[in-house]
Write a protein that binds this ligand. Structure first.
Ligand code: SF4
Length: 508
C-alpha cells in the first residue's frame, strides 16, 4: 500500500526572493514509522523546487511544484492515502489549494491533513469536503492506525487522535497519548534527495557552513506563551531523546550525507542541563567536526556559563534567546516573564565564550500601546545582542492570542492570507497595521544604525565582534553575515548577488 506525503507549494509576497527551506521533519518521522510497518512511502516537498514560481496576483506568488507536476507524481506513484501538512494558520490556503486540486481528480484517494493549525481546529478544517480526516496531535501512531485500518477495510470512526466526517456530522475523537520514548522513532532521511536540499540557495542562509540539516532532539513544552501553538501537536510535557541517540543521528548525517552544520529545531533544547551537557560531551568525545545552532530559542532559566562553554566547545556557534518583549506588562501577558538583567549577563557570557547571540522579539499584541513597544525598542537598542529577529504578532489558531484578537474584533473569521510576521495586516487596539509595519521596519533600521555606532567603542567592538573571530572560518562567517545584513536592509542589490555567488562558489 502506497502513502504519499505532500508539503504544499507555498504562497509568498512578491517581494520575497526565495523560501527559507527546512527539512520536513514531521512528515519524515511519520514516513519512517509507516515504512517500518510495511507501507511504501514517498515525500513530495513542493517548496524545495524554488525555481518554479508563479504569480497569484499583484501581491502574491506561489513557490514550488506546479499542480500538474503533483498530479503526475500521484499518477505514477498511485497512493491510497495522501497526507498533506498544514503546519500553521498562514499555510491553510496552501494546503487547501492543493487538496482542492487533487481530490476531484482522485476521488478514491483518502486525504488526511495534520499539523498545529488542523490539530487546533479540526472541525473548521473538515468544512472542506475534500478532506477525509484530520490527524490531531503527534502524527506517527495515528497515521499508522489510519493506514492499517484502510488497508484492512476497517471503520475509522473510533480511531483515536483523528477527526472525520460521519453520517452524524463531524466527529472529533479522543487524542492519542504521546510517544513516551522518542529514541524509538526517527526521520526517514533516505526518502529525501539530500543534495537537492544542500543545493537550495537558502540551505545555508545565515549559517556558518553549507550542507545544513535540521534535527529535533525533544518535543513538547511546559510553557504557556500566548502566541505559541506548538502544544497542539506535541503537548505541554517535555520529552527528550537520549544524548547518545541524538549524537548518533548527527554522526550518521555527517558520514552518510556529508552534513557539516546542524540546526537544532527544538523549542526547548536546554531545558534539562544534564542532557545538553551530555550531548555536548558526546560530540566532543567522538571528535565530530560539526557546527550547530539553536534557531528557535533556548530555555533561558537553565543556562549558565558552564553550559554555554560546553555548547561552544562542541561546535555551537550561535544561540537564540526567546525574549519577546522588553515591557514587564507585556511579558506577563505573553506568559514569559524574564529577568532582563540576567538575560543581558547571559548574552555577555555568550560573547565571552565566543558565541554569536540572536534574540526574538514580538510587537503588536492586541492591547499593546505605542509606549510599551518603545520599551521593547529601548531594550533591543541597548542589550548586547548581535542580531534581533523582530516579528509582528499573528493570531495563529490554537493560541490564546488568537482568542484575544477575536475577543477584540481584530480578526475576521478567516486568517488573512497576505499577513505575516514581517508584514502584518492586523490592526491592534492602539495601532493600525500600517503603523505597526512602519514601526517594525524602523526598529530594524534603528538597531543597525545604533549597533554600528556602538562599535565605534573599541571595547564593545572587541567584546561583541572581534573576540569571536578565532579562525578563517569565523572570518568567512562575519563577511557572510555582513552580506546577508546588506541583503536584508538593501534588497535587490549587487551585493546580494555577489554574496550568493560567493556563498555557493567558495563555501563548499
Ligand atoms: S514559545 Fe517556546 S517557551 Fe513559549 S510555549 Fe512555545 S515552545 Fe514553549
Amino acid at each position: 500500500m502506497n502513502i504519499l506525503f505532500v508539503n504544499p507549494p507555498q504562497t509568498v509576497p512578491v517581494t520575497e526572493r526565495c523560501l527559507n527551506i527546512k527539512f520536513p521533519l514531521g512528515l519524515m518521522y511519520m514516513a519512517d514509522t509507516l515504512e517500518k510497518n510495511g507501507f511504501t512511502l514517498k515525500i513530495l516537498d513542493c517548496p524545495l523546487h524554488y525555481r518554479i514560481r508563479r504569480s497569484l496576483n499583484a501581491q502574491l506568488d506561489k513557490i514550488g511544484l506546479l499542480p500538474e507536476q503533483i498530479k503526475k507524481t500521484i499518477e505514477d506513484f498511485r497512493p491510497d492515502i495522501i497526507g498533506v501538512s498544514c503546519a500553521y494558520s498562514p499555510y491553510e490556503c496552501d494546503s487547501f489549494d492543493i487538496i482542492n486540486y487533487i481530490k476531484p481528480l482522485f476521488r478514491h484517494i483518502f486525504i488526511v491533513v495534520g499539523g498545529a493549525h488542523s490539530s487546533a481546529n479540526p472541525e473548521y478544517v473538515l468544512r472542506n469536503l475534500n478532506i477525509d480526516a484530520v490527524v490531531i496531535g503527534e502524527g506517527e501512531e495515528v497515521m499508522l492506525d489510519i493506514a492499517r485500518r484502510i488497508r484492512d477495510h476497517l471503520s475509522l470512526n473510533d480511531t483515536p487522535g483523528i477527526a472525520l466526517r460521519t453520517d452524524n456530522g463531524v466527529r472529533v475523537n479522543e487524542r492519542r497519548g504521546y510517544i513516551a520514548d522518542l529514541d524509538t522513532v526517527k526521520p526517514a532521511w533516505h526518502l529525501l534527495d539530500m543534495q537537492q536540499y544542500f543545493n537550495h540557495p537558502y540551505n545555508a542562509n545565515a549559517t556558518m557552513r553549507c550542507n545544513t540539516v535540521d534535527i529535533v532532539t525533544s518535543r513538547g513544552c511546559p510553557g504557556h506563551c500566548v502566541f505559541c501553538s506548538i502544544h497542539t501537536v506535541w503537548g505541554r510535557k517535555w520529552r527528550a531523546r537520549s544524548p547518545l541517540n541524538v549524537v548518533d543521528e548527527m554522526e550518521m548525517l555527517m558520514t552518510r550525507y556529508g552534513a557539516r552544520q546542524i540546526r537544532i529545531q527544538d523549542d526547548n533544547l536546554t531545558l534539562d542541563k544534564r542532557r545538553i551537557m551530555a550531548i555536548c560531551d558526546e560530540i566532543v568525545k567522538r571528535k565530530l567536526d560539526i557546527r550547530w545552532d539553536t534557531p528557535n530559542g533556548v530555555a533561558i532559566g537553565t543556562l549558565d556559563k558552564e553550559t554555554l562553554l560546553k555548547m561552544k566547545t562542541s561546535g555551537c556557534y550561535r544561540i537564540t534567546f526567546g525574549i519577546e518583549s522588553g515591557c514587564k506588562r507585556i511579558q506577563r501577558y505573553i506568559g514569559k516573564v524574564l529577568d532582563l538583567t540576567r538575560v543581558n549577563e547571559l548574552m555577555l557570557c555568550c560573547h565571552r565564550v565566543g558565541m554569536w547571540v540572536c534574540a526574538t522579539f514580538i510587537i503588536g499584541f492586541p492591547d499593546e500601546t505605542r509606549e510599551e513597544i518603545r520599551e521593547t525598542e529601548n531594550y533591543i537598542l541597548t542589550c548586547p545582542v548581535n542580531f534581533p529577529f523582530i516579528y509582528v504578532a499573528q493570531p495563529l489558531k490554537g493560541t490564546d492570542l488568537c482568542h484575544d484578537f477575536e475577543k477584540h474584533n481584530l480578526k475576521p473569521a478567516e486568517f488573512i492570507e497576505t499577513s505575516s510576521i514581517m508584514q502584518t495586516k492586523y490592526n491592534t487596539l492602539h495601532l493600525t497595521s500600517t503603523e505597526l509595519n512602519r514601526i517594525h521596519s524602523r526598529l530594524y533600521k534603528a538597531f543597525v544604525v545604533r549597533k554600528a555606532l556602538s562599535y565605534l567603542n573599541p571595547r564593545k567592538f572587541y567584546r561583541e565582534m572581534l573576540s569571536k573571530i578565532r579562525s578563517w572560518e569565523d572570518v568567512a562567517y562575519v563577511l557572510h553575515m555582513f552580506l546577508e545584513l546588506l541583503n536584508f536592509m538593501i534588497p535587490a542589490t549587487l551585493v546580494y548577488r555577489v554574496g550568493k555567488i560567493w556563498k555557493h562558489g567558495n563555501r563548499r
